[in-house]
Ligand binder design. Structure first.
Ligand code: BEZ
Length: 266
C-alpha cells in the first residue's frame, strides 16, 4: 500500500515555522474541536496519557483535568515553548512522533489535527504503538479523505494562473480514507474499534480577511512556490477562485473533513 502523504506536523518539519500566537488565537478552533476527542478518550484518574502534536498545550491541559499523568509532545520548538509558558505545571517535550523514546509506558495516546502533517506515517504509527502498553488505546482526529478539497482546487487554479507547473505536487498533507488508514494501523499492531469520516465545515474569524489569514498560517505550500512579488496576486486570485463556494454573508467557511478513530494495541 502506498502512503502518499508527506509533510509533517508542527511535529517534524524543519521548513514549517509555526506562529504559536496566531495558532492559539485566530485559529483556536483547531484545539477547541479537539475537545470532542476527550469523550472518546475517556481518560481515568491515574492513567498515563501522551498527547501527540500538542501544539500550544490546551488539549493536553484538558486531558490533565481528568486526573491523568499527561505528557505533550510536538516537533515545533515554537509550539513547545508556548505550551510550557501556558501550562507551567505540565510536561511538554520536543520530539518527532516517528522517533519517540517511550517503551510501553502509556495507557493512552491522543492526537488532534496533527497526524496529517506527518511525513513518515509508518514510522509514526510504529513509534506510537511502542509507546503504548499492550491493550493501550490511540484516539485521534486528522484530516481525512477529501479534506480541504475546495481550498486545494482554488489554490491549484491560482498557482496555474501564475505559471506554477503541477501545483498538486506541492501538497504533502496526508488525508487518508478509513480503509487506507485502518490497513496501515492494522499492519502496525493495532485493532480498529471505531472509525468515522465526517464533514466539518468551519467558519473563520476575520470577515473578509479570514481566508487570507488562514492562508498566512497554513498556505505555505502555495505561497512558497511563487516569488515575493507574486505573493499578493496569488492570495487575491486564490480568494477569487474560492469565493463562490466558500464565502457567504461575510464569512469564509473552510471545508474540513475529519477522520476520527479509536484503535487499541494488540
Ligand atoms: C486540518 O486540520 O485538517 C488541517 C489544517 C491545516 C492544514 C491542513 C489540514
Amino acid at each position: 500500500m502506498k502512503v502518499h502523504g508527506t509533510k509533517i506536523n508542527p511535529m517534524s518539519s524543519p521548513s514549517q515555522q509555526w506562529n504559536s500566537e496566531l495558532y492559539q488565537t485566530s485559529h483556536s478552533f483547531v484545539w477547541q474541536y479537539g475537545r470532542d476527542l476527550l469523550a472518546l478518550l475517556d481518560a481515568k484518574p491515574g492513567e498515563r496519557v501522551l498527547d501527540v502534536g500538542c501544539g500550544t498545550g490546551q488539549l493536553t491541559a484538558e486531558v490533565a483535568q481528568s486526573g491523568t499523568d499527561v505528557v505533550g509532545i510536538d516537533s515545533s520548538p515554537e509550539m513547545i515553548q508556548s505550551a510550557r509558558a501556558n501550562f507551567r505545571h505540565l510536561r511538554f517535550e520536543l520530539f518527532d512522533v516517528a522517533s519517540l523514546p517511550y517503551e510501553a509506558e502509556f495507557d493512552a495516546v491522543i492526537s488532534n489535527a496533527a497526524l496529517h502533517w506527518v511525513r513518515d506515517q509508518r514510522g509514526a504509527i510504529s513509534s506510537i504503538a511502542r509507546a503504548l502498553k499492550p491493550g493501550g488505546r490511540l484516539v485521534f482526529e486528522m484530516g481525512g479523505y477529501g479534506n480541504l478539497r475546495r481550498v486545494l482546487e482554488s489554490s491549484y487554479r491560482a498557482l496555474t494562473s501564475l505559471g506554477v507547473p503541477d501545483p498538486e505536487k506541492l501538497v504533502t498533507w496526508y488525508f487518508p480514507s478509513i480503509g487506507e488508514y485502518a490497513s496501515l494501523l492494522e499492519s502496525r499492531a493495532f485493532l480498529v474499534n471505531f472509525a468515522v469520516l465526517f464533514e466539518r465545515p468551519t467558519n473563520l474569524e476575520g470577515g473578509e480577511d479570514g481566508f487570507a489569514k488562514w492562508i498566512d498560517m497554513f498556505g505555505k505550500f502555495a505561497t512558497s512556490a511563487v516569488s515575493p512579488e507574486q505573493h499578493e496576486t496569488l492570495v487575491r486570485r486564490w480568494e477569487e477562485f474560492a469565493r463562490p463556494a466558500m464565502f457567504r454573508h461575510g464569512v469564509w467557511t473552510i471545508d474540513y473533513k475529519r477522520l476520527r478513530m479509536l484503535v487499541t494495541k494488540k
